[in-house]
Design a protein around this ligand. Sequence first.
Ligand SMILES: Cc1ncc(C[n+]2csc(CCOP(=O)(O)OP(=O)(O)O)c2C)c(N)n1
Ligand SMILES: CC(=O)[C@@H](O)[C@H](O)COP(=O)(O)O
Ligand SMILES: [Mg+2]
Length: 635
Amino acid sequence: MQQPLYTRTDGLASLTSPTDIRKLGFEELASLATELREIIIQTVSRTGGHLAPSLGVVELTLALLKSFHADQDRFIWDVGHQAYAYKLLTGRLDRFHTLRQLGGISGFPRCDESPYDCFGVGHSSTSISAGLGMVVARDLNRLRHHVVSIIGDGSMTAGLAYEGLNQAGGLEKNFIVVLNDNEMSISKNVGALSSFLSKRFASRWVMRLKKETEAWINQIPKIGTELVGYLKRGEDSFKGFFTPGMLFEAFDFTYVGPINGHDIRELVSVFNRVKQLEGPILVHVLTKKGKGYEPAEKNPTHFHGVGCFEPETGKAKKFAACSLPSYTDIFGKTLCELAAKDDKIVAITAAMPEGTGLTHFARTFPDRFFDVGICEQHAVTFAAGLAAQGFKPVVAIYSTFLQRAYDQIVHDVCLQNLNVTLCLDRGGLVGEDGATHHGVFDFAYLRHIPNMSIMAPKDEAELATLLRTAIAHPGPAALRYPRGVGTGAVPDRNGVSIPLGQGELIKDGTDGCVIAVGSRVHPALEAIQELEAEHKCSFALYNLRFVKPLPQKDLVDLAGRFASFVLVEEGTLAGGMSSAVLECWTDHGVLNGQAIKRLGIPDVFVEHGAQKDLRRLVGIGKQGIRKACLAMTAG
Ligand SMILES: Cc1ncc(C[n+]2csc(CCOP(=O)(O)OP(=O)(O)O)c2C)c(N)n1
Ligand SMILES: CC(=O)[C@@H](O)[C@H](O)COP(=O)(O)O
Ligand SMILES: [Mg+2]
């Protein structure tokens, strides 16, 4: 685990409680802001993490803690990836160097980590709904504290945020929402809302209105031209009439802003006034993502969630594994190759073009690329609409975020048996982002939906081949692959695809059989090769490839040939791949006392830490598979 290496913690260390901040003067607060930035930069350079979002809200965090009462009031950070300064100011300075590491503090707010974290987060756009729940609870309990939800402009692209605003406006209760507007999601924020917030919408709308009005007035005989001149002189005030506040006022919120989010004095003055107001209030704050660290200000997308880097330059620290292309890279490249030959292929991302490997696609096929914002539900139904009209949409979403779109997958895609390809990146344990981000539920949440096919490649080459299979299949298909790099297997570019439901026997054996899927196939191969080399036992290895439809005939044959099985997957044991295999064997009546060991994610939320450590801890790494095979032979 990392050791703290900060040069200055004098101001921070002198705080005995977050409420001490209320007593500090503005100069002390400014100095604390510098100190916080240094600690955040030094720490994240060694642990990796969400640097640019956190640097952007240092002043906002200080102003909130100066104006409100941390011991009584509630702060709900949306996503929570920007809460590092808040963590440091609410009692986690001593543990901050353990950020996102195994056994260390989480990268996101968590109620079990601190009494100052009143709501657990990681997925976006929950803060208004959760905050409103706390507002109603407060009023039912006849308490009087403030509830403040802090949400980014990117997170405001999700429908969930408006569901919260809508109810909050209707209830008319005292509730403060702070909109942290930096014009960025992970990439540049998208859609009509971001134009509206930056007043570009207002100007465009006003320009159209103005043109039409001018044309109409010009037609008025005699006074027309003079009237147009008069109106032109009043143009600026006319434009100024249209503010971003109109949107929130339509939801019955009082709109305050926009305010410079790096001016602590101004923020404090506004928050102190807002505290006196009644009803729901939206405070619009303008910030710069990455503020105070030049590399992050220049490239906020790269520094949104960053790996280890040199703090002096911002240059990434290189690790050997980085030289291989990631699964994501192979996905993006293969999709471009397929799209070049098939103009019905379109690509969709929910605010993660970089993370899902679609930036090259976006540049090459701008008309067939859609970043819909952080709205996974919409992304899936939008794809269904395209598919209903004969297109072949490929929706690339992290496994954990696709959880949001369960009903859209059932009702809009599968029920209509549409050709939508869901590409679930970050399938399995993702590492340092932890419990909110592990993509371990997907086999279980997709497997029971009629018409769905589910594939998990053993390596990058198989990913490319299965992507072809998935897109060519006329019904819904889900392709699930892990975070990071694989074996370096080079994809076959000859247009081969694998028939649905076809697994492969990678290696035969005499003592038992390992059935593995996706990322677990190669570690299983290594484990059984080691055991064989050590003359301990000889296991067969079967690569399942398809969690649905299962290679039923092969599975039935294997059940007849072997007396011992190890089933291994990087997904939940409950309802996942091994459940599917057991169902198949039960339905075919081929279970007759075989010894079966299932390896996978147990019925707990796995915490944060390095991916390989987490895999080892849950027993699905090479050693875990080895141990399970040996135990089979010992029995
Ligand atoms: C449901 C969901 N989808 C996608 C993400 C990935 N994600 C994390 S932060 C982020 C951008 C958020 O933008 P904004 O709220 O404006 O915060 P900023 O990073 O600009 O401070 C995205 C897309 C997520 N956390 N949750
Ligand atoms: C906060 C968030 O949800 C994302 O930024 C996430 O951390 C992305 O992680 P990757 O590094 O896997 O893209
Ligand atoms: Mg933003």
